[in-house]
Ligand binder design. Sequence first.
Ligand code: PMP
Length: 398
Amino acid sequence: MSMFTAVEMAPRDPILGLNEQYAADGNPKKVNLGVGVYYDDNGKLPLLKCVQAAEEDMMKAPSARGYLPIDGIAAYDNAVKGLVFGADSEPVQSGRVATIQAIGGTGGLKVGADFLKKLTPAAKVLISDPSWENHRALFTNAGFTVESYPYYDAAKRGIDFEGMLAALKAAPAGTIVVLHACCHNPTGYDITPAQWDQVIAAVKAGGLTPFLDMAYQGFGHGIQEDGAVIGKFVEAGLTFFVSTSFSKSFSLYGERVGALSVLCESKEEAARVLSQLKIAIRTNYSNPPIHGGAVVAAVLNDPARRAVWEAELAEMRVRIKAMRQKLVDGLKAAGVKQDMGFITSQIGMFSYSGLTKDQMVRLREEFGVYGTDTGRMCVAALNSKNIDYVCESIAKVL
Ligand code: PMP
């Protein structure tokens, strides 16, 4: 009898579980489309040139590792503000954005959730149906009741926008609404700019608290284009939260580089909010690690290096789009009769393929092609070598 006797085994993380199954699969043709990671055309995780160059410079002038300030590297936080809001934007110029360096986008969400729990303890959280798995768990763990608003419409192969809007309009004032700023995970479907206007009007009229999760800025249409939704919220005169992740856009998954920005009404208010965010950080992990933040700051704050990053990010974005087209063409060539053109109207890393759980299981067991049971496939893991095999395999289970 130990104090842990009653501890139950937690269910396996569905995606990490898939990885383990993939690793154990002896099929030489196996393809992993399960995880949300970008691989290059050789199936390799890229080390961006801008990152390598910044690291080489850092190694030439090695420095001791003191503690960072609780909110992280100032030059990093400023670069994040510029990226998210625009360096010359009114919110940044007037100093009413509170930004902290976070441990990945997940850390940004968690610090925001902890701060919100203290500020509005009775609020409910609404996430999209479906959403990134961790949204529900993270806000639930922070003490919130989490519910969802309609998002994906399987029959329509698109978004149930009327349902989404109706749910937002029906939500009580103060409800925290988690919105994917771009490249919706897991579906790949984003709402249009005109639909964003309607969402913003509903959020404003209903007194809701928007929490924008921007884990893929630059993976959709471009850095500015993907960030444009933030500008819309600013224009509407709202205060809101934005979490940022550089895991994908810098291919720095394991360095855990992210941020949380809170747009406040004034500079003075932002200072008070920042002081509270720091308490959330201090009581969770004290202060962030140096390396990833230093690399991202060194790239974003150096115009030449930043240009290299923007080009490398564009290359990833363009390759994903090309793979979407190849998938549509390849499925047709493999004899699939139904129109799979919806795959090219999706954006970002993922595609909700419309395949059923049974079809996904067959893909895995008979062909070694791994996606989630929901039919989600990571398009960013397709390449010129595996695409034909994936198309033929899908054609066989459809
Ligand atoms: N939000 C969404 C929608 C994501 O897809 C991810 C990463 N899969 C994150 C947040 C978390 O990003 P990070 O790995 O930087 O914590």
